[in-house]
Design a binder for this molecule. Sequence first.
Ligand code: SF4
Ligand code: SF4
Length: 683
Amino acid sequence: MTLSNFVFAAILAVALGFFARSAQRLVRWLKLAKPEVRTDRPDVRTRNFLLIGLGQSKILREPLGGMMHALVFWGFCVLGLGTVEIMIQGLYTPFTWDVLLPRFLYVPYVFSQEVFAVFVLIPVAYLLYRRLVIKPKRFDEVSGADAVFILSMIATLMVTLLLLFVGDAMQPGADTTGRVITAMLLPLFSGLSGEAAHTMARVSWWIHAVLILYFLNHLPGSKHLHVLTSLINVWFSNTSGPGRVGAMRPMDLEAEDAEQFGASDIEHLSWKNLLDGYSCTECGRCTAVCPANTTGKLLSPRMIVVKTRARLTEKATTLDAIAAGGGTATAEQQAVLDKKLLDDWITEEELWACTSCRACVQECPVSIDQLDIINELRRDLVLMESRFPEELQPALTSLERNGSPWAFSASDREQWAEGMNIPTMAEMAAAGEKPDILFWVGCMGSFDDRAKKITVAFARILQAADVKFAILGQEETCHGDPARRMGNEYLYQMLAKGVIETLNGYELKTIVTFCPHCFHQMGKEFPDLGGHYEVIHHTEYIERLLAAGRVPLDTEHGQRLKVAYHDSCYLGRYNDVYDAPRNTLRKALPVVELVEPARTKSRGLCCGAGGGRMWMEENVGKRVNVERTEDLLATGADQIAVACPFCMTMINDGVTGAGKEVPVLDISEMVAARLSGAGVVAT
Ligand code: SF4
Ligand code: SF4
């Protein structure tokens, strides 16, 4: 070993030692939070790791910036092998992979190092340009200084790597096989002597190697920690698997030692919520699509994650300092410990602005679940402190007393069915019969005058298709989803368990509903409480009936119309149902020309009613439903199609507020109007 090898060995040992200490500290901090099992469904997790992690599928949702970031990521993966080579060279100078790899692998390796150095340099230049010159609005909220510093560091790493290659290639007898980029750069250095080229290579090597070790130690304390944690975060992400996406984390309300429900500080969150904080790149993609933020509310999903990380750092470093100082907190340290994530960092106003639309979760390139943190903080507000907007009180009281968020009597539930000859489950059971499906009507479909028209329309389609179905009638009660979204898990579980008991009593297997909230809750969240059913949204069911040729339609008549379909969040982003509503419209209404609003499908804007917002005032900023309605009206559509009674109310209000007369119809109403013999050709 030469002196330079000894010097590098010392630098390497110190750098790795510091890094190991930082990594151990970060893992220890995660243990401040609650344990949570995240190793289920390894197949789904591995697929996410490959697609979202290595494949960068979510970052590529933004075409140009996404491709630039993806190139940097893939470049780092490929250049990692070269970094190992450089580290070994620091300890034993003559080392190259050539001594271990067969020639047919070594030459492509050399080629890849050069090409990917350029592949990284170009996007880094673009990303620096974007940060310093273009300055997209979504970067306003946080400081970009660290990003500029890191990008400059990466650029220096790539330049020194290329200079190293060139300098080495200029040495007598150098092997230049596979060095395509070097060959292109060599003419630029033709004036250098062999000795000067050697010096350039050595200096570049040292700068490159030391910078990598500095980079490694800079990451744990910066937002660029995501470089180390994002792949891990994607594997552990909140994907209980297809069909369980978006399901809220269940709470064990019967745990005898439970003193805390929900979260008011970091130790009440799960370790995964804290890992989310480590993994946030602060890119702001979540905030840019958040309906609350974009309409002027205080809520920013990025800041929910950033503040969670900041509170963790604040509290954990204080705890470390107290431990190092003998275990007794100073008054100042105690004041920090007495603070909370809730109120001191994240305010009630932010939390109640959330519509639970999942646009933030959908958009996050590293699979962070911002909504999970919001839900946990809401649970603390409601269950531990009884703090919630006063407008929610009537809905919560009514849910408790009437089994519906609206103060209607259970005896009114089946008024809509008068004269339609629709049996209840109890009547069928008494007659010794079983229906093929239960038509779950839902609270809006039972009580809201506008939604009742959707209920009737869908029942007419079922009757026309000769489907053997029944309703629960007065036995139906709310499944508690609104209470759950508002943070009242007690009330939710009470209502949900009651519904599951009723359904299990009839040994039900298949439920069809036109409310996406009922669809999601009963299909995706009931299994945690023992309710296992096939739950189908009415657009999917009508699509199936149409495919089977069971719906007698008049497809001959009617004027040609432009229709814009609005995606419901709980149908689309929560359950990936995008095609069935569109297919149903196309199949049933050949005269319809479907037009898409600018924000559509997984990027569709929320109507503003989810997350309990249906029952809250919206006094800050622009109304979300107005913003969404403007999107839909901008298509020039003659009619707006929806597939959710909540969206129906919000978009209807938006159209009325805009002074337009564009009809807003549920898809089932459009189909029912076309039933042969319906006598109406409304579309
Ligand atoms: S769920 Fe929707 S409203 Fe809530 S923070 Fe995320 S994007 Fe914003
Ligand atoms: S939470 Fe995700 S989308 Fe939002 S700023 Fe962080 S990394 Fe970007």
